[in-house]
Design a binder for this molecule. Structure first.
Ligand code: GCB
Length: 591
């Protein structure tokens, strides 16, 4: 799925800004059929929840309406006109004036609505989007909605981050020519100093295809004709961790001398491979240093914000990180493009989080409920996950920064039914992208003996909380558990990494003892884990949970959210940040 870009043949206007806003408790069901009867305005892009000082909006369960007038530029008469939503969390219906023109399910992947037949160049239309935040057993992530005796709905979910919703990413009106490039796929490699770009162009309509590759300075490198082919780059500059070199691949559709469409895709040339127990980027062993992150900031919720993007990457650089995981959903495309340009390595995760009935917001629910089966997460849920995986891979497969797909976070992979549920998903991901390794983050309860799906994946990623949920405050016992646990995975002969480890930490709390919640404890716990990691030859990376504090649902173990951040929610370093910086700046990407 191509990201809209302005080119010689394509235009766009941003629809970001302030939209009229109301919940479905405030306006009638058919709210799209007239100007919204509301005084409220909501900023886009941003989750709506924290923008208002009204608990009825923050905790609203159901649909909200966003509405604005849009003028179609008068020169777009001969083009197709589309609206791109980078995300609508979790499901959307889109209306032009009185008419429903599109819908989408899934809160973290983009979609286009083709409105060509419903709008007129030079004129305005009323655009309404109804966004539904409900999570059920047939959504990814899953949840349950309960209705109280007074008819009030409440939302429950198992994952440990707040259910922010709305239009958290950009919205654009864009034009494409009637005959146009509809998709481009690249697979890159190299031999000696010669780079290779295998490309495939899909088009709607028919035209001659010409592709041209230019280097970062804009110099011509090579070109080819035809919808599929291979480009060779003499003396290639590879995309490397920490040095994100990008070529521009420009696709032109021509009809004789007439330029029908043009689209430019940035391309980084690099390879990724798992060999034995090593993770190789460009045939060199790579060691992941970094974090699981969240899209989470005050007021905006999950709203994309370029200032936070720049600042977070600056902090990643400051601390010596080379990578992060997009826990627990695909992030805004701006984030991946930035990672491409700056050589940041990304593990790209789906929104499959909370597929584990025994864990709620990070801790055991103590229940006995099974996770997989027709009465809980069955075929409908798996079909939704499959569609989500299709959309994620279609969106992100051309990003050089993305070196691995993380298909699930902490599923109940130790339970009956997990293999039946996940095996087809793994097969699908392999078919859609045979070039990238696959992983999933393994929950504490799943161990090397009882996990039922680990053999399907290439890299073993563990989330472990010894010293926090298990033996809190006892780092000696925690170290023994950790050593035993890590040793037990060696038998699979695969690379092992830690995708979560950490401790909640209240900034300003201090102790000379091993006191949970103190800044010293977080730093000491991380140092203990690192001592253990350094003894394990098949270990390929450490990603601390979490980069920054983030908002969660309410719970007695959450103090204004999850405090496992190495930075506070407003990005101030805790003591552990300095400890990590000392370690991560002391060795390179290969360790
Ligand atoms: C986990 C989850 C993560 C939680 C974390 C915690 O295992 O993957 O989403 O936030 O634990 O802090 O409990």
């Amino acid at each position: 799925m191509l990201r809209p870009r302005i080119t010689a043949t394509r235009e766009q206007i941003s629809l970001d800004g302030l939209w009229a806003f109301a919940t479905d408790a405030q306006v009638p069901d058919q709210a799209h059929a007239a100007p919204l009867d509301t005084k409220l305005e909501a900023a886009v892009p941003a989750s709506y929840n924290d923008q208002f000082a009204d608990p009825a909006i923050r905790d609203h369960v159901g649909r909200v309406f966003y509405q604005r007038e849009v003028r179609v530029p008068r020169g777009w008469g001969n083009q197709r006109v589309l609206i791109r939503f980078d995300a609508a969390t979790h499901a959307a219906n889109v209306y032009v004036n009185d008419l429903r023109v599109g819908e989408h399910v899934g809160g973290y992947t983009p979609f286009d609505v083709d409105v060509t037949d419903h709008v007129t160049a030079g004129e305005t239309f009323r655009l309404t989007v109804a966004v539904d935040n409900r999570l059920t057993r047939e959504t990814i992530p899953p949840g349950t909605v309960a209705t109280g005796p007074d008819g009030t709905r409440s939302q429950k979910y198992l994952h440990d981050f707040y259910n922010y919703a709305g239009l958290a990413r950009s919205v654009r009106l864009h034009s494409v020519p009637r005959t146009h490039v509809s998709d481009v796929t690249v697979v890159t490699g190299y031999e000696g100093s010669t780079g290779r770009v295998d490309y495939t162009v899909e088009l709607s309509g028919s035209a001659d295809v010409l592709v041209t590759l230019r280097d970062e300075a804009g110099n011509f490198v090579t070109s080819a004709a035809g919808a599929t082919g291979t480009l060779e780059i003499a003396d290639v500059t590879l995309w490397q961790p920490g040095a994100g070199y990008l070529y521009d691949l420009t696709v032109e559709l021509r009809d004789g001398s007439h330029l029908v469409d043009e689209y430019t895709l940035p391309v980084g040339v690099r390879t990724v491979e798992v060999r034995g127990s090593e993770f190789l980027i460009n045939c060199e062993p790579f060691y992941f240093k970094g974090f699981g992150k969240h899209e989470d900031t005050p007021v905006r919720g999950k709203g994309h914000d370029n200032a936070f993007l720049v600042h977070d990457f600056q902090l990643l650089d400051w601390i010596g990180a080379n990578s992060f995981r997009t826990s627990h959903y695909p992030y805004a495309e701006e984030v991946l493009e930035f990672a491409d340009r700056h050589g940041m390595v990304v593990i790209d995760e789906t929104a499959a989080v909370g597929l584990n009935m025994l864990i709620g917001a990070g801790i055991s629910t103590g229940g006995e409920e099974r996770t997989f089966g027709p009465e809980v997460l069955g075929d409908p849920s798996r079909d939704v996950l499959a569609q989500h995986v299709r959309e994620l891979i279609a969106r992100d497969r051309n990003h050089p920064s993305v070196v691995m797909w993380s298909l699930i976070n902490e599923p109940a992979s130790n339970e009956d039914g997990s293999r039946e549920y996940f095996e087809p998903i793994v097969e699908l991901a392999r078919e859609l992208d045979p070039t990238r390794p696959l992983t999933y983050s393994i929950v504490m309860f799943a161990n090397a003996e009882n996990d039922r799906i680990v053999d399907l994946f290439d890299v073993i990623s563990l989330n472990r909380y010894y010293g926090w949920y298990v033996v809190p405050g006892d780092l000696r016992a925690a170290e023994q558990y950790l050593r035993r646990d890590l040793a037990s995975w060696e038998k699979f002969g695969k690379p092992v990494m830690m995708t979560e480890y950490g401790a909640d930490t209240q900034p300003g709390a201090h102790s000379v003892w091993d006191g949970p919640w103190t800044e010293e404890y977080q730093a000491n716990l991380l140092a203990m884990y690192h001592r253990v990691f350094d003894d394990i030859p098949y270990f390929v990376g450490e990603q601390v949970w979490n980069f920054a504090d983030f908002q969660t649902s309410n719970g007695t173990h959450r103090v204004e959210g999850n405090k496992k951040g190495v930075f506070t929610r407003d990005r101030k370093p805790k003591a552990a940040a300095h400890e990590l910086r000392r370690r991560w700046t002391s060795f390179g990407d290969g360790k």
